[in-house]
Design a protein around this ligand. Structure first.
Ligand SMILES: *Cc1c(COP(=O)(O)O)cnc(C)c1O
Length: 826
């Protein structure tokens, strides 16, 4: 949804509103724990069984959320959140629903509304699978079918969608009346009627009538015509004329089903759409799934009538609860794990699933397959069937185990197949460690123990690593160069072990990209770089007298910021018999850290004029608030003072040292004031201090989910019992703590991680080596999953730093050496 605040105020007709700035709303938030975007977000403070949303407003405000729909306390909240917009209404849920009603009215596409006692989600997901190639579909996430879930689903509609699939669930009278105008389906599907929620209704007929309210404007209503109770309901509602259905009894039905025959692994449905028998196979055997698919078939007759020419479409349906397990492997592999069974039908499903996954992810396809046992077919027939399934598929490498598998040879002359007589032989000679960048299907009958193969292939990283993309660092250097006037030189700041990332590797990458100089904090850091073979000029920002020998021996260039330091250095140089050693002078124009004042600098000119032991290679100053536009007047004064002092110094000394002012933020915001050089630090890692979106992220801190647990209401989590889930939930444990440099201030929900694309808050206090995360909203999480602490879209360093009132610099520089740094170029 995209609306301006002004428009929303207009639409909601609030009791009162305080609008301080206009904003465009793109995200709706009703559960503070799901916060993923702070900008352009509108929070609805709901009052519900799960608590009072008003309690989270200030916390969200601190995270950067600026728009709130509330019920109470507008004046008080407006005072405490001085930059936020507030809209006060009498009922926030109703307001959300009203907004969804307005939004729905913008779309003319077919909207399928699905209701009934069971199977709503299954029918929706099956339809999605069957139609996703023909339509751009928006659908309810998971089973969002409640008074809250429905408006949230509908607000996802956008101009690009060509079909909507929404579920509606009710538990008591009066509810459908509110859902109807939000969904306004053009096609209705009534899955079935059962006893669910019957306690709130007098009769089954009453419940049917209530549900049928959803369909009052539908052009078509799809149902099981053999269900006389629903038929009666449609008649009562005057909707029978618009109904369409399947039936095993009525030959006049839209879809007359002649025969349903269940095999061991699939079901054959015989229909006669054009007077001729057509057998459609579906990969399910249970009655509920068969009925759900039949409803989908009737819907397909309206939405994709040519489906009868593609009867095998149905065989590809995946169960909504996926049985296949997908996990990450080594070498950028994805593993599809199906080591418990191997029969011809599940093989077809698994292969199809693999083909799609591999295509989506741009991976090669490798299949590890065992013999099929107890098929009831002759070996000859069986493997001819297997070959028929495999033949049309693109599979780069097929590794097969079992004597009978050699039968495939004759049927698959064009496939690369490696044969092994046993699982041991495959493990020993299969070369499975070499498989890379592939989607690997591992499918074996239980007796072949293919889980041993999985173990070998699966990613074994029970460790926390900082992944550093050196190519991104180089790209960021190029980006800053592109901002600067031609010829401006760049110094790469790799002090403090390259901001904690690793100075050698970063320096090496920058060196290769022809950086003009590097800068470290102390002489020893410079010495390490020289020993590792770095040849660029290296500035030492904070040289100590005790390290002067190191400076001279390793041709490191000291930054000088006091007269006494300068004199000590000259004494050392003359004792050793050197001359014309390069140094850099720091000028303090308002930072008030190190450096000569502009007056002192000019006074120093005479010293350098007469002294030939040293020469001034560059003059520089450091900006105190380059990232803060409210301080621009101060910044410009710093720049001006420095330029003046540098000019006077050059006039007096008789030569022109290089001049530099700008750090990352300065370069992003004042590139035209760069003078001769800039000093780039944080920006090289892809972290912008001025909100630039042109950078390439270079850092990613990741770990693995160690353990997942259920928490009962009333239980507490971690030290001091600070972690609370009043209604219970799911948590996970991850192996990183404050001893790794993971800030303890992230405790109690101030920090978060991302897992399977979801934002999961830290729960309880961060421990020394571990911490706990709230997985209540990510129940699909599995032990071994990758957890990103920072570096993906949901875990931006800037946002995380803000949450604990620090800066991204601290978060990376604090990471302890215990965290393994992994460097790569991509
Ligand atoms: C660290 C440092 C920089 C680099 O600052 P970033 O904000 O990381 O770009 C530049 N100049 C001096 C003097 C520094 O100490």
């Amino acid at each position: 949804m995209i609306y301006t605040i002004e428009k929303i105020v207009h639409r909601l007709r609030p009791l009162q509103s305080i609008v301080r700035f206009d904003d465009t709303i793109e995200h709706i938030l009703t559960d503070s724990r799901s916060l993923s975007h702070t900008k352009h977000t509108l929070f609805f403070a709901l009052l519900g069984e799960s608590g009072d949303g008003h309690l989270y407003i200030e916390q969200l405000y601190q995270h950067g959320v600026r728009n709130f729909v509330i019920i109470n306390h507008i004046e008080e909240l407006a005072e405490r959140c001085p930059e936020a917009n507030f809209i006060a209404v009498s009922d926030t849920l109703r307001a959300l629903q009203r907004l969804a009603i307005e939004w729905r009215a913008n779309f003319q596409i077919p909207v399928v509304g699905i209701t009934g006692s069971n199977g709503k989600t299954v029918v929706k997901e099956f339809l999605y699978q069957l139609l996703c190639d023909s339509y751009n579909i928006v659908r309810s996430p998971k089973s969002y079918n409640s008074q809250l879930g429905v408006p949230l689903s509908v607000l996802q509609m956008s101009e690009s969608h060509t079909l909507a699939l929404f579920e509606a669930g009710i538990s008591k009278p009066g509810e459908m009346e509110r859902l109807f105008p939000i969904i306004r389906p053009t096609i209705g599907i009534f899955t079935n009627i059962g006893s669910a929620h019957q306690e709130n209704f007098n009769t089954l007929a009453q419940k049917i009538d209530e549900k049928l309210q959803l369909f009052s404007e539908c052009e078509r209503i799809i149902y099981n015509m053999d269900d006389s109770q629903i038929t009666d309901g449609l008649r009562r509602a005057g909707l029978l004329g618009r109904s369409r259905g399947w039936s095993t009894e009525n030959k006049e039905a839209t879809l007359f089903v002649k025969k349903i025959e269940t095999q061991e692994r699939f079901t054959e449905i015989t229909i006669a759409p054009l007077g001729k028998d057509l057998v459609i196979r579906i990969p399910f055997v249970d009655k509920a799934s068969v009925e759900d698919v039949l409803l989908c078939m009737v819907a397909m007759m309206l939405l994709k009538p040519d489906f009868i020419e593609q009867p095998d479409l149905f065989m590809r349906l995946e169960p909504v609860e996926m049985r296949l397990e997908v996990k990450k492997g080594n070498n950028d592999n994805i593993i599809i794990n199906d080591v418990c069974s191997n029969d011809i039908n599940s093989l077809a499903i698994a292969l199809d699933f693999q083909q799609r996954r591999a295509k989506e992810m741009g991976l090669q396809r490798v299949v590890l397959l065992s013999e099929i046992q107890q098929s009831g077919l002759s070996a000859r027939q069986l493997y001819r069937n297997v070959a028929e399934i495999i033949q049309p598929l693109a599979i780069e490498h097929l590794l097969v185990v079992g004597k009978e598998m050699t039968r495939l040879q004759d049927y698959l002359p064009d496939h690369k197949i490696s044969y092994f007589s046993s699982t041991e032989e495959l493990l020993e000679h299969g070369g499975i460690e070499e498989i890379s960048h592939s989607c690997i299907l591992v499918k074996g009958a239980r007796s072949f123990q293919f889980e041993r193969i999985i173990e070998r292939l699966a990613h074994k990283v029970h460790q926390t690593t900082l992944q550093v993309n050196l190519e991104a660092i180089v790209q960021n250097l190029h980006y800053y160069r592109s901002l600067l006037p031609k010829g401006t030189q760049c110094i790469g700041m790799v002090k403090a072990n390259g901001y904690g990332v690793g100075s050698y590797e970063v320096a090496q990458a920058l060196d290769e990209a022809h950086i003009d100089a590097l800068a470290v904090a102390v002489a020893d850091e410079g010495k390490e770089l020289r020993k590792a073979g770095i040849l660029s000029p290296i500035l030492v920002m904070n040289p100590e007298e005790s390290a002067f020998d190191t400076l001279i021996n390793y041709t490191l260039e000291p930054v000088i910021f006091s007269r006494s330091l300068l004199e000590q250095l000259c004494t050392k140089i003359s004792k050793q018999g050197f001359s014309r050693i390069a140094l850099h002078l720091e000028v303090d124009t308002g930072m008030h850290r190190l450096g000569f004042s502009p007056e002192e600098l000019v006074e120093l000119a005479d010293f350098f004029k007469e002294n030939h032991l040293v020469y001034v290679k560059s003059l520089f100053t450091h900006l105190a608030a380059a990232d803060d536009s409210t301080e621009d007047a101060f910044t410009l004064r710093q720049i001006e003072q420095f330029s003046e002092a540098a000019t006077r110094f050059a006039q007096q000394v008789g030569y022109q040292p290089l001049r530099h002012i700008l750090n990352t933020a300065g370069t992003e915001r004042f590139a035209n004031k760069a003078l001769d050089m800039v000093r780039l630090g944080i920006g090289l890692y892809g972290i912008s201090s001025s909100g630039s979106t042109q950078l390439t992220p270079a850092l990613r801190l990741r770990t693995t989910l160690l353990q997942k647990k259920n928490i009962l209401p009333g239980d507490t989590i971690g030290y001091a019992r600070k972690g609370l889930l009043p209604e219970g939930g799911i948590i996970g444990v991850i192996p990183i703590g404050y001893a790794d440099g993971y800030d303890r201030r992230f405790s109690q929900g101030r920090g978060w991680v991302s897992l399977r694309g979801k934002r999961c808050p830290i729960i309880g206090n961060v421990c020394m080596d571990t911490c706990m995360i709230d997985l209540t909203l990510c129940p699909e999480a599995q032990e071994g999953d990758e957890v990103v602490l920072f570096g993906d879209e949901l875990t931006e360093l800037n946002a995380l730093a803000q949450a604990i009132e620090t800066i991204p610099y601290e978060l990376i520089a604090d990471l302890s050496p215990r965290i393994q740094r992994v460097y790569y170029r991509a």
